[in-house]
Write a protein that binds this ligand. Structure first.
Ligand code: ATP
Ligand code: MG
Ligand code: FE
Length: 332
């Protein structure tokens, strides 16, 4: 099957053509970061307007680069949620218009299912498996016993990891989005500050990052008053050490408890060098097979939506004309 996929849930306008769920014929990503930077975060109205301006061109570009005709496309897949409702609507309406004009089925895909299926492009999924999803809006441990079946066994009770990265970065005066910059700083410093780790209840796979975030902010504030000197590199390295310690420890425990030997890392924060390295080492030690997407497939892109959408297409899960953008769409 050849799927045209559209992703507009946040601040990337992306269109991709994916064959049989794994072969990426094209994956065009147009980022709006420059437009949102001066506001320190994504402005929903600006995001929607950019998507509207870009979407037609990006669809054309993706079709051209893939070198396929509309006759060769079997279905249109699109992110239906979660995300910014105005942004989602641009993609959903474009998908519905194309599906109508080309007489193809349209398929609604959950954004996080997309992040998970980015791994299928790298290495075919085998079950049961456990995915650690770490992104701007989500931090979840998801158990899958087969394609399309998602059981969220743990999730953040407050901030998502990416959100915590961006907020701490902002406190350090780094430009948006702070995650990648924090990662670079962390690699250049030592984790000399012992920030708290939120382990929560012994049997819980949930996460919490707001306490850590406050602790970093308090430490910076107190250091200023006492005249202590921490470098940004030391702060970033210490923050990152706390984050990674909790993420990796909980993931390995969940994998053991659930009896899985296949692990996936997914979402924008999967681009984090320290996390990739720590999870790779832990997986090797425990004899688990780990898959991590390349950077371009970690952050928002339409190829991952095409990969997830292919399985929905194969199982006949088509949407109808009531398909709509859903800001709070649930995965399980
Ligand atoms: P969601 O997928 O939950 O809807 P989103 O789509 O906005 O949220 P993604 O695009 O998946 O999020 O990821 C963006 C997040 O990843 C941002 O918070 C960004 O700071 C963070 N991020 C990107 N690269 C890195 C990195 N190397 N280290 C840490 N964080 C990173
Ligand atoms: Mg983004
Ligand atoms: Fe995302």
């Amino acid at each position: 099957a050849t799927i045209l996929a559209i992703e507009t849930s946040c601040d990337e306008t992306s269109v991709s053509v994916v064959k049989n769920g794994r072969e990426v014929l094209s994956n065009i990503v147009s980022s709006q970061i420059e437009s949102h930077k001066r506001f320190g975060g994504v402005v929903p109205e600006i995001a929607s307007r950019h998507h509207v301006e870009q979407i037609t061109f990006i669809i054309e570009e993706a079709m051209n680069e893939a070198n396929v005709t509309k006759e060769e496309i079997d279905a249109i897949a699109v992110t239906e949620g979660p995300g910014l409702v105005g942004a989602l609507l641009v993609g959903v309406n474009a998908a519905k218009a194309l599906a109508f004009a080309w007489d193809k089925p349209v398929i609604g895909v959950h954004h996080i299912a997309g992040h998970i299926y980015a791994n299928h492009i790298v290495d075919e999924l085998t079950f049961p498996l456990l995915t650690l999803v770490v992104s701007g809006g989500h931090t979840e441990l998801i158990y899958m016993k087969e394609h399309g079946s998602f059981e969220v066994i743990g999730e953040t009770r407050d901030d998502a990891v990416g959100e915590a990265y961006d907020k701490v970065a902002r406190t350090l005066g780094l430009p948006y989005p702070g995650g990648p910059r924090m990662d670079l700083l962390a690699q250049q410093g030592d984790p000399v500050i012992d920030f708290p780790r939120a382990w929560l209840e012994a049997d819980s796979y949930d996460f919490s990052f707001s306490g850590l975030k406050s602790s970093v902010i308090n430490t910076l504030h107190n250091a200023k008053q006492r005249g202590d000197e921490w470098t940004n590199e030391e702060i970033a390295a210490s923050f990152q050490a706390s984050v990674i310690d909790v993420l990796v420890t909980k993931t390995m425990k969940a994998a053991k408890d659930k009896g899985v030997n296949r692990l996936l890392l997914a979402g924008g924060v999967a681009a984090n060098k320290g996390l990739r390295q720590a999870l790779t080492e832990a997986s090797e030690k425990e004899g688990l097979k780990l898959t991590i997407p390349p950077l371009k497939l970690c952050t928002d892109n339409a190829a991952m939506i095409g990969a997830a959408g292919t399985f929905l297409y194969w199982s006949g899960k088509y949407a109808d004309d009531r398909l709509n953008g859903q800001a709070g769409l649930m995965l399980d």
